[in-house]
Design a protein around this ligand. Structure first.
Ligand SMILES: NCCCC(=O)O
Length: 997
């Protein structure tokens, strides 16, 4: 837009020595012209001078018509287009000052703050007051810098009260500011920021741009800004909207944004076909949506309120039409201004028409101040009145300043007065742009200053606010964390499984404890088995606390997992190690103490202590805490969704979690590797009743395979809590259940089978297998004894696997008349340490003392049975004699060392009916027996025999008073008959060799 020719404007002003009112109804008696420099931005970044100038002309017309105001004087506006440009403004003002043909008494304007800031200082220098109808810069409130400056438009920062009201009502506590890099807006931003902060509103982000707002827009979008206060001229406002549009084509972001644009924009600023911004009005409208604008009041809304001029402001506004006014005042408009009116007419209004009342009021303020000055001068006896005015007249300037300060009249925007800073503080209005041409801007609320201490009273009618989304927008995307809880049914399911497992463990524990003397149980180290079961129970308990993520459960869970492993697998490996040592560790005889239960407990304890130390260190150094981990955010359901749901899961975490986990994995890894080695080494040992190596091996394979898979799978599914929980719980349940099943079910089956068997007289209680004392430490007679004893050629064996000997014998056969004793006698073994060695060796069986007496030994496989009622079972078929005592003695392997190969623990010795009657009448003591067994002592002199594994086999004594059948578990048998000739050393050696194959 071309700048007007200032000279021409001046010329035009010169010509207009007489105000021509539009109706020319009352010829003016005013002759003296009061020249006022008029600074209007008719073009440039804010060409609001177009409307302001029309309002100025109207006000001048109205004032000049008034005889009571400035009598004899008429106002003359010498208008210049500043183009919103400082240099043009300065040029205009200096041209006026240096115009020798006239003296300007006051300056009106400018439109834009930068121009005003400079020209106001120059005006002051020249002794002129300057009144701006428009400038909003906070800087202009500084009365030290601008002592002669007054303005009608309220400084923009005063509007903060309206913004605050809006934010508070809407519950917005977080705003973003974007402003144009221009002094006026930078300064405004500083004040605005402070004011908002003071009111508890967080200015989350401030973006400044000079020309292209793109980068700022990207930042705002990135920060998901929702409430954005934009401070810039409207051209940049369009650029901002366009940039938002271009950077968010689908509008997912900008449609959620609430914009607060300045109110000084033209009402149709979004519809300008602005090639500089590159967007269509429609696109701009899409972005700005139903934005808010907080404005100073330009039209007083009080009912029955009339202006100084008798105007009803509302009517004035309604009738104020730029077009009509233009046509009415056309003759007063400088020629060079005409083009601007053609350019900026739109929809029958001129550009920025809604701000025009401010210029009207400004002219009235000037008139009132001059009138006051005139009165003042007249009252002080100055007959020259305002004609005395000249530049640099400090006295008059002061009078005029005081007069301006005292101006108080009914303006279009209610009662008019300046504050001490020369600012006008009118009411504040809050508008919403309805984004359709029909309704335009809707007034939502107002703020009014009340009280002496500058308090504001604001009201806002929220019902008038329209939201495109239908819901009030929020100031930020609310992050709602949704903790993914474990499905309650699934959790209950695992709890049931854990309970089932626990019950199973408890049942097995009861079985183990109750049958600890049973050969089957006894042979597989029941105490270690108890530890395994304890570990299993602890392991199952982990499932109960798997889903409870509290500080204590976080720590506890790691303890339960690791300790259950230490206990169960420590005990398993200890057992395997014993089997390994007994059966496969080579010919060197180890310290037998190492194979005792207590030693194995020590192994478990060491493992527990090592693991516990790591766990305690972990707990002290970086204790595990429940931590929320984001899985991801849910896609927003609609473009206006204001809540971002972040799915989270809870996990136990600590600073050095990974390090400690790897340390624990390493420890368990070493244990598993060692266990695997033992399992491989003992894989061929098939001795179901003595060891469970096969099953232990299976357990270890189980862990070796499932362990790493579990660790991997569980780590890989950490972000899927349901799957993770299911997998983790399943693995714990599976491994634990398999472990206890593999270890105990074969035992239970063997136990059942064993109880059904008719094996009798299994002897071997004092066998020392590789120094393993009392592996078989119990003796037992089963029911079969009766049958076997009474029948011809019967044989029997003592089952030594029980801690109590159950004697279920009955000799009431017709062939064995006279033998009477109890059935099912339970004979505890002599294990009490309080007993003397001899008493321990021989313990009286609880037979009727008068008739039956038996002894057994735990260290000497020595069973003596004596009855006085029959001569001998041998003679049961014969005639029974009550007078004869018969002593049956099964004395086998007394303190013998058998080869440490497997099966000898289960040797059977079958006593036939050919047991020779004992000649001794009295009950034998140990020594007696030794003596009696003299014929067999020769065997103890047998040379050292070596097994195929080069183990030393020594057989010290085998004392038998009857034919013997030795049967190994593998089925090898050796039989000796009473005839000592047949029980040769060779025979025994042969037997030993055979059982070692
Ligand atoms: N009426 C708004 C003027 C803008 C400015 O002070 O620059």
């Amino acid at each position: 837009v071309e700048a007007p020719d200032v000279t021409m404007a001046t010329e035009a002003a010169k010509d207009s020595t007489t105000w021509r009112s539009s109706d020319h109804s009352s010829p003016s008696t005013k002759n003296t012209v009061l020249n006022i420099i008029g600074l209007f931005a008719m073009s440039g970044r804010y060409p609001a001078g177009i409307a302001y100038f029309l309002a100025t002309l109207l006000a001048v017309e109205h004032i000049n018509k008034r005889e009571d105001i400035l009598p004899g004087y008429k106002l003359q506006i010498n208008a210049h287009n500043t183009n919103c440009d400082v240099s043009r403004g300065l040029d205009a003002i200096y041209k006026e000052f240096y115009d020798k043909n006239k003296t300007s008494i006051m300056t009106l304007g400018g439109t834009c703050s930068p121009v005003t800031e400079v020209t106001a200082q120059v005006s002051n220098q020249w002794g002129l007051l300057q009144v701006s109808y428009s400038s909003l810069s906070p800087f202009l409130s500084n009365s030290e810098i601008f002592p002669s400056f007054f303005r009608v438009m309220t400084p923009e920062h005063n509007l903060t009260h309206g913004r605050l009201k809006l934010c508070k009502e809407m519950g917005w506590k977080k705003v973003h500011i974007i402003y144009e890099n221009y002094n006026v807006f930078s300064m405004l931003n500083e004040i605005l920021k402070q004011d908002l902060k003071q009111e508890g509103i967080d200015v989350a982000n401030q973006e400044m741009f000079t020309n292209d707002p793109e980068e700022s827009v990207i930042n705002l979008k990135k920060k998901d800004a929702r409430i954005i206060i934009a401070n810039m001229y409207e051209g940049k406002g369009r650029k901002l909207a366009c940039s938002a549009y271009n950077n968010d084509k689908d509008g997912t972001w900008y449609k959620k944004v609430v914009w607060l644009f300045p109110s000084f924009y033209d009402r149709h600023w979004m519809d300008v076909n602005d090639t500089a911004c590159g967007c269509t009005p429609e696109q701009i409208r899409q972005v700005i949506g139903r934005y808010f604008a907080v404005s100073s009041q330009t039209i007083c809304k009080q009912i029955d309120y009339l202006t100084e001029n008798g105007l009803n402001p509302t009517q004035f506004k309604e009738e104020f039409s730029g077009t009509r006014l233009y046509n009415m005042l056309k003759s007063e408009i400088p020629k060079e201004f005409e083009d601007y009116y053609q350019t900026f007419f739109s929809d029958g209004s001129v550009y920025n028409e809604h701000r025009a009342p401010e210029a009207y009021d400004a002219v009235w303020a000037i008139a009132m101040a001059l009138n006051n000055t005139l009165t003042n001068l007249t009252e002080s006896g100055d007959v020259n009145g305002l004609e005395n005015f000249n530049y640099h007249n400090e006295t008059l300037l002061k009078i005029m300043r005081d007069s301006m300060q005292k101006v108080r009249f009914n303006s279009l925007s209610c009662e008019f007065f300046f504050n001490n800073n020369g600012d006008r503080i009118p009411g504040i209005e809050i508008y919403q742009f309805k984004n359709d041409n029909a309704s335009g801007f809707e007034l939502l609320g107002q703020c009014h200053l009340y009280g002496s201490d500058g308090q504001w009273n604001c009201s806002l009618n929220e019902s008038k606010i329209v939201w495109d989304s239908g819901v009030r927008p929020v100031d930020e995307t609310k992050n709602k964390n949704v903790t993914k809880n474990i499905d309650v049914y699934m959790r209950n399911g695992f709890w049931i499984l854990a309970s089932f497992g626990m019950t199973m463990s408890a049942g097995l524990l009861v079985f183990n404890v109750c049958n600890k003397c049973h050969r089957i149980v006894k042979m597989s180290s029941p105490r270690l088995n108890n530890i395994i079961l304890l570990g299993c129970m602890i392991s199952y308990s982990t499932i109960y606390i798997m889903d409870v993520k509290e500080e204590v459960t976080c720590i506890l869970r790691t303890f339960t997992v690791i300790l259950s492993f230490s206990l169960s697998f420590g005990a398993l490996f200890a057992k395997t190690w014993r089997v390994y040592e007994i059966f496969t560790a080579g010919h060197k005889v180890l310290n037998t103490r190492m194979l005792r239960d207590s030693s194995l407990f020590l192994i478990v304890a060491i493992l527990v202590v090592i693991n516990s130390s790591v766990l305690v260190a972990w707990m002290i150094i970086s204790p595990q805490m429940p931590t929320f981990v984001n899985i991801g955010t849910t896609p927003e359901a609609t473009e206006h969704a204001n809540t971002k749901f972040t799915e989270q899961y809870q996990k136990c975490d600590s600073k050095y979690r990974a390090e400690f986990i790897w340390a624990l994995i390493a420890i368990q890894g070493v244990v598993i590797i060692f266990g695997t080695f033992l399992a491989i080494q003992t894989r061929k040992v098939s001795f179901p009743e003595l060891n469970d190596s096969k099953w232990i091996a299976l357990c270890i394979y189980n862990v070796v395979v499932l362990g790493p898979v579990s660790v991997f799978v569980v780590m890989a599914t950490e972000d899927k809590p349901q799957v993770n929980y299911a997998l983790e719980s399943s693995m714990i349940f599976l491994v634990t259940t398999m472990t206890q099943s593999l270890i105990f079910f074969p035992k239970i089956i063997a136990f059942k089978n064993h109880n059904r068997s008719i094996t009798v007289f299994n002897v071997g209680n004092n066998l020392e297998l590789h120094g393993l004392k009392r592996v078989l430490s119990c003796l037992c007679m089963t029911r079969s004894l009766k049958r076997l004893l009474v029948s011809e050629n019967s044989s029997g064996s003592f089952d030594v696997s029980q801690q109590t000997m159950e004697l279920d014998v009955s000799f009431d056969s017709s062939d064995c008349v006279g033998i009477k004793h109890q059935n099912k006698m339970k004979i505890p073994l002599g294990k009490s340490k309080s007993l003397s060695p001899e008493k321990r060796i021989f313990r009286k069986l609880p037979f009727k003392k008068s008739s039956d007496e038996s002894w057994m030994s735990t260290s000497v496989a020595h069973i003596s049975y004596r009855t006085k009622t029959v001569q001998s079972p041998v003679y049961c078929s014969g005639r029974a004699s009550k007078e004869k005592d018969v002593r049956m003695r099964f004395k086998v392997f007394s303190n013998s060392y058998l080869p440490r190969s497997r099966s000898d623990s289960h040797l059977n010795i079958n006593g036939s009916e050919k047991i020779a009657p004992n000649v001794a009448e009295n009950l034998p003591d140990f020594c007696e027996i030794q003596t009696q067994l003299k014929p067999w002592r020769s065997l103890s002199t047998m040379p050292t025999v070596y097994s195929s594994l080069q183990e030393k086999i020594s057989l010290e004594r085998i004392n038998v008073l009857a034919d013997l059948k030795l049967t190994s578990m593998l089925g090898f048998k050796a039989t000796w008959v009473k005839d000592s000739d047949k029980l040769t050393q060779l025979g025994i050696e042969e037997f030993i060799k055979r059982i070692k194959i």
